[in-house]
Design a protein around this ligand. Structure first.
Ligand SMILES: NC(=O)CC[C@H](N)C(=O)O
Length: 234
């Protein structure tokens, strides 16, 4: 059977594109293909990943320029048709700027770039991105961002809660969702959300940096496994 293709979009300033390509390529039956920001062709991809980095130097606001890249017109159409789109870190920022997810990411609470390991609680494990996790499973996955402080108006937060669209929250080692465990000031310790239809996920932590033993954690692998199981039955 031919490999199933997964597209990884490359913007000027992406810097996790090849890490993501490497992680995706480590799964049998899945072939990553790099998609240039200036193209319109998704090359038959069955899922699209927007990787981490500093697209357009984070000028104005992280993700605010990448959102206007030619390829994003196709990614937005693809998502609106119900196909899976995953945004990691800068990719999450691009998804918010594109209107595919609700809310915004502002500067971290302490106005510092944070690069550290975090504990995440997988609070919704019935999405296509998290079906391989156990409910409330704790995961060790790193963050590396300056603008990861999730914000949305109260009615949006309540709607996200009501429809179980909050997928990952920052937690402590015992799984308590506390202010101390919140690295960047995100409302409700939000680390990742999914859209109402369930086909678009954005998260600030980097699962591709927790996908190999040598990296100190394998906890990100199940996210890719979940997605690839959905698109390819692998
Ligand atoms: N690792 C990344 O994707 C960086 C995200 C983003 N440019 C920020 O600093 O907020």
């Amino acid at each position: 059977m031919a490999d199933v293709t997964v597209g990884v979009v490359v913007f000027p300033g992406s810097n996790c594109d090849h890490d993501t390509e490497y992680a995706v390529g480590s799964f049998d039956g899945i072939k990553p293909v790099m998609l240039w920001h200036n193209d319109h062709d998704l090359q038959g991809a069955k899922a699209i990943i927007l990787p981490g980095g500093f697209s357009y130097g984070d000028y104005l606001r992280a993700g605010s320029i990448a959102r206007f890249s030619p390829i994003m017109q196709e990614v937005i159409d693809f998502a609106r048709k119900g196909f899976p789109v995953l945004g990691i870190c800068n990719g999450f920022q691009v998804l918010l700027e594109s209107g595919l997810l609700e809310g915004a990411l502002s500067r971290n609470r302490d106005k510092k770039f944070l690069c550290c390991q975090t504990t995440l609680k997988a609070v919704n494990c019935s999405t296509i991105f998290t079906q391989r996790y156990q409910p409330d499973q704790l995961l060790s996955i790193p963050i590396a961002h300056g603008e990861g402080n999730y914000f949305a108006p109260p009615e949006v937060i309540e709607s996200l809660e009501e429809h179980e669209q909050i997928v990952f929250r920052y937690a402590d080692a015992e799984g308590r969702v506390t202010d101390e465990a919140n690295p960047n000031g995100s409302l409700r310790n939000i680390a990742g959300i999914v859209n109402r239809q369930g086909n678009v996920l954005g998260l600030m932590p980097h699962p591709e940096r927790a996908s190999e033993k040598m990296l100190g954690s394998l906890d990100g692998r199940a996210l890719f496994e979940s997605l690839f199981q959905h698109i390819a039955g692998v």
